[in-house]
Design a binder for this molecule. Structure first.
Ligand code: PMV
Length: 361
């Protein structure tokens, strides 16, 4: 993807408009942890997008050669949010070379999310992918093109990555890989790619994710700080080697449809992620006591009933319980009887693999 694009301000007549995109959060089965500038992952990762955990961004814009860039307003669920607004403004300014019109644009942003911000579910992935899709949509509109097609989504993934690495994976449905690996043709450190349908067994269609909120407070150590600690991590090289084995095996099992082997890899990735945090210098723990109690109960339930339900964790205390659609009814009873009581204020989101982003205006 070329950094600079030809753009003529002289040709620019005042244009205004409004675009909206809904974009989902995603949950990684193979974890991205550690990065190089600029948002280049230390290792490849694999995820799927969720159905209910969505951010919708509406962007209003006025482009004119008379204008100089400004973020005229930013709201999150109807309220101002200065910290996030500053991050977005910095992000937009960093994108002038990818969207030359931006330098001459007044932009207003309204953002709404269906899940609590910083609850430990990756709201930034949903937010940055929705922002990237809106920007690519405005660009397409100015060029008289449709906001669709391979090149459109590839650029959206690239731009989303610059805001939050995992956001690159939120622009596609299905199983999505971000990070260069010889195991996936066309994979790249710059943007995510979707696995072909015939690479994924039907057992994974409609895969469920019940999100168990153990603690919704803001994390003591952010993901950015955690990524940075991987630079001089004593287990860095071993992690890179391990992830290449896990990626090879998960791709094989995604195709073969062995849900138990898939789940074993998923749990290994989650526990590895948290053990890398604990063994960083300084080390830290993001799990809540109830996280551990729930992990033990999930494993016991699986052993006793043979139900293929496996946990994963992001960089936070909340659990994503992953299981095939075929055992959903059985899982509801377990979740209601044993998990909800361990969730903060009984908060649980029964989600599943979603259809990917959607243009809403
Ligand atoms: O995209 P970031 O910088 O918020 O990093 C997210 C990293 C994990 O959620 C822990 C793993 C992943 O691959 O999503």
């Amino acid at each position: 993807m070329s950094d600079k694009q030809s753009f003529s301000v002289n040709k620019l007549e005042q244009t205004e408009g409004r675009v909206s995109w809904q974009s989902p959060s995603n949950i990684a089965m193979i974890k991205y942890w550690g990065k190089k500038p600029v948002q280049i992952p230390m290792n490849p990762s694999l995820s799927f997008v969720l159905d209910k955990s969505i951010v919708e961004i509406t962007m209003t814009y006025t482009v004119s050669s008379e204008n100089r860039f400004s973020l005229t307003g930013f709201t999150l669920n109807g309220s101002k949010n200065d910290a996030f607004s500053l991050r977005i403004e910095k992000y937009l300014v960093s994108l002038f070379s990818y969207f030359p019109f931006l330098e001459y644009t007044h932009i207003g942003i309204e953002s709404t999310s269906t899940f609590p911000h910083s609850a430990g579910i990756a709201s930034s992935a949903a937010a940055f992918s929705a922002l990237a899709l809106c920007l690519c949509d405005i660009e397409a509109g100015l060029a008289g093109k449709e906001p669709s097609g391979d090149a459109f989504f590839k650029k959206a993934s690239y731009i989303a990555r610059l805001g939050s690495g995992s956001a690159s994976r939120s622009v596609y449905d299905g199983m999505v890989v971000w990070g260069n690996t010889p195991l996936v043709a066309g994979s790249s450190d710059d943007y995510a790619v979707r696995l072909a349908d015939d690479e994924v067994h039907p057992i994974f269609t409609g895969i469920c994710d019940s999100i168990l909120i153990a603690d919704s407070r803001k994390k003591a150590v952010s993901s950015s700080e955690g990524h940075a600690l991987m630079h001089r991590h004593p287990f860095k090289e071993e992690r890179i080697r391990q992830v290449s084995d896990n990626m090879k095996n998960i791709l094989a099992t995604l195709k073969a449809g062995d849900f138990d082997y898939f789940g074993e890899i998923v749990e290994n990735e989650a526990l590895t992620l948290h053990s890398l945090m604990m063994s960083s210098r300084p080390g830290y723990i993001l799990m809540h006591p109830n996280t551990i109690i729930m992990l033990e109960k999930i494993r016991r339930f699986r052993e006793e009933t043979g139900t293929p339900a496996y946990f994963t964790l992001d960089a936070g205390p909340n659990i994503h319980l992953i299981y095939p659609l075929s055992v959903k009814a059985k899982m509801q009873a377990f979740l209601n009887d044993e998990m909800t009581v361990l969730c903060e204020n009984g908060q649980r989101i029964d989600d599943k693999a979603g259809k990917g982003p959607m243009k809403t205006a």
